[in-house]
Design a protein around this ligand. Sequence first.
Ligand SMILES: [Zn+2]
Length: 556
Amino acid sequence: MSAFDHTKYRPFPQVEIKDRQWPDKTITQAPIWCSVDLRDGNQALVDPMTVEQKKRLFTLLVKLGFKQIEVGFPAASQPDFDFVRALIEENMIPDDVTVQVLTQAREHLIDRTIEALAGVKQAIVHIYNSTSKVQREQVFRMSRQEIIDIAVSGVQLVKERVEKHPETQWRLEYSPESFTGTELDFAVEICDAVVKKWQPTQENKIILNLPATVEMSTPNIFADQIEWFGRHIQQRDCIEISLHTHNDRGCGVAAAELGLMAGADRVEGTLMGNGERTGNMDVITLAMNLYSQGVDPKLNLADVKEIIEVVEECTQIAVHPRHPYVGELVYTAFSGSHQDAIKKSLTCQTPEDGWNVAYLPIDPNDLGCSYEAVIRINSQSGKGGVAYVLENDYGLQLPRWLQVEFAKKVQARTESLARELQRKEIWETFEQAYLNKADKAELVSYKLERNGSDQLKAVVRQQEEEWQLEASGKGSLHALSEALKERLGQPVHITEYSEHALTSGSEAKACTYLQVQVGEKAFTGVAISEDTVSANLNALLAAVSPVLLANKAKVA
Ligand SMILES: [Zn+2]
């Protein structure tokens, strides 16, 4: 029996807050960004990054515009220690970038952390301890006061140690880890104690980082927690409130956004959301969300290709093709109606009105994707895309079975050319496959008389040879298949048929698509002619052309 049973879970309690302000707020500026790719993200990898990979990712983060980058847990890991030393000794940290290192507030760990940072211009020391009810009561079995004492003595230790190294500009970040599971009054109490001990100023603020270490509630409750915290914490003007959301419920970005509306100043996250379990808040999505609202994200994400390449190489995790903003497929419309709407709206864009295109929340061009990529139809687009080109550009409405068949021919061609096909080339491929075959049989002339049944007399040409056909049947197609049956000595069954009028150029034409079964084999015929009857007859002749040729060889 399955243990699937919702009754063992409890709803997350509401926050008691009156007149909450955040629902009426709009985010009008970018937060202070802190990338935690190299620490938090790295910790979650199957194969943690090598020093070389970390350098590559660090260089990218600097290039994207991050001014605060958490680079590791140097006291806990030799590769992290070596990496921090390499950054400093190889002069890789620009003057306007601050590295951040995580450590637990224990004496030997703090000493080792300071040792790793020797010679750095500025640094953020990030200390944390767990404050949630479940951790206090079930893991540590400690009182609130004992937990506060751990935090405060840690701050005291850091303070004493960094004072011995005035050549570096030090900042402190404190995280009440598992903040979302901590009673709000206790979170404020412990943070007040930390702030009091550190003595921040308006010029050198302390960072209080409030992690949704596990995302436990809907984002509105998280926002309530942040607003409540901001209202009750003392010395608010000497504090930067930082968010570190996770994505357990799939709302890491939403929670961070609502948390910013609720008054937070700073966010921690990773590129593409790598991190423990379901990952950290995805910085790229949050930044692009701001961007799409006309807010400067203060990160330059224009070269998405490079970002993806570096992140995939360093994390060994492929970016999902549907990943917001950066996934390979997120700007490609497969459906013809979407493509049509996109095409139409693109032509009416004016700079004054701002971006307003159906199905495209942002201009893909901003992230290095061309419009062709959006509205193009290539082999990858499958039958729908190929059919879209033929219909939109050439007026052909291929039936589904032929879409499937023809898409394979397009794919074979793109594969042999090892590149995407232009629209014109898709048409040429169609012509070669169905319309312009050299050995095709076609009507020279025909006469159809209706006299009870349909009497068909036709002259057919194939390979310079002409011959006459004569038969009767129910309709011209039936009559022709009877005549062909006689000529070939075996039945010709029409298994698929569709036709439509064509309006391209001056004269209206008809197009017929059919499939016939002759013996064991199926053959496709397509014809565009002056009228429906000749389109039908030519399509049938085109379909059986190979059989007629084979038969001729046999007779000869
Ligand atoms: Zn995290």
